[in-house]
Design a protein around this ligand. Structure first.
Ligand code: ZN
Length: 285
């Protein structure tokens, strides 16, 4: 007789509420039109909050300090609705020096505390650009988890500090820490697929059909569910991107597909990290 494995899947809907900081920081734009694309993030965020309330789903929002200062009422409402607020830098850029990175990090954490009354326990690097200085910062400040790396897909793992990747020699593995990684992937991210961006360095064509992204997103979920049966499915979305009508309809279709499966729970990243660390304590080497 074939035993049917009980499914144990956590689904984390995560929203990077970059707003204007994405255009000011990452893209260095001075254009009012480009910056206003970030302003649309508030519209998208409010739509998403209504949907999440209707679905009775708690999610995780990574919020730059700049967004918390620009839209304090919206960011406070996200926290009041029971969603987790994670750290996402202050200005959505990589600071010029490691010392500036630490200043930026603490400035962002203070903005989140001021607006939500809570201190973040999780971090996601703006534009998935984690540096050793920020990683050390997370370890020094006892953060629970990071969500910027791509070394696995559905399985969290413990972060290392001190990795070295010399151009002329073998990769050197660093020391494992208690900081947990909840990994991401560009394939489960809305921004590169959907957003048209023109910069001096090149053009991101964007405008993928929602059906195309649905196929990728549902395909990864079905693989996890049907073939692995246990793990964490993390979607990275941006209110200014997923908040457009045709994309929200696609997201609704995906949520509907996921909710029909047994053994699936929607959780915040904080909850997933705590549970994983309890059931998979780090083994010191
Ligand atoms: Zn971001």
């Amino acid at each position: 007789m074939v035993s049917i494995m009980e499914k144990k899947i956590s689904v984390c809907l995560t929203f990077d509420f970059d707003a204007m900081s994405l255009w000011l920081g990452t893209f260095r734009s001075k254009s009012m039109s480009a910056i206003s694309r970030g302003e649309f993030g508030r519209v998208g965020a409010e739509r998403l909050l209504r949907l999440l309330h209707d679905w009775d789903i708690r999610s995780t929002w990574f919020v730059p300090g700049h967004t918390a200062d620009a839209f304090p009422a919206t960011v406070a409402k996200i926290a009041e609705d029971g969603h987790e607020i994670g750290h996402h830098g202050y200005f959505h850029e990589r600071a010029k020096t490691p010392a500036d990175e630490i200043l930026d990090f603490d400035r962002a954490a203070a903005a989140l505390k001021r607006v939500t009354g809570q201190e973040p326990v999780g971090y996601r690097s703006p534009a998935a650009d984690l540096t050793p200085a920020t990683l050390n910062c997370l370890v020094d400040r006892n953060f629970l988890y990071d969500s910027s790396l791509m070394g696995n897909d559905f399985s969290p793992y413990y972060c290392r500090v001190g990795d070295q990747a010399p151009a002329d020699g073998p990769f050197v593995w660093g020391r494992e820490t208690d900081l947990l990684e909840l990994p991401i992937t560009w394939g489960l991210d809305d921004f590169p697929a959907f957003e048209f961006v023109m910069t001096r360095n090149g053009t991101l064509p964007g405008f993928a059909a929602p059906s195309q992204m649905y196929e990728i997103w549902v395909g990864d979920f079905d693989y996890l569910y049907d073939r692995q049966g246990e793990g964490v499915y993390i979607l990275t979305m941006h209110p200014q991107c997923i908040g457009r009508g045709h994309r929200l309809l696609m997201l609704e279709r995906l949520i509907d597909h996921i909710r029909k499966r047994s053994g699936v729970t929607f959780r915040t990243m904080n909850e997933v990290a705590l549970e994983f660390k309890t059931s998979n304590p780090r083994v010191p080497h």
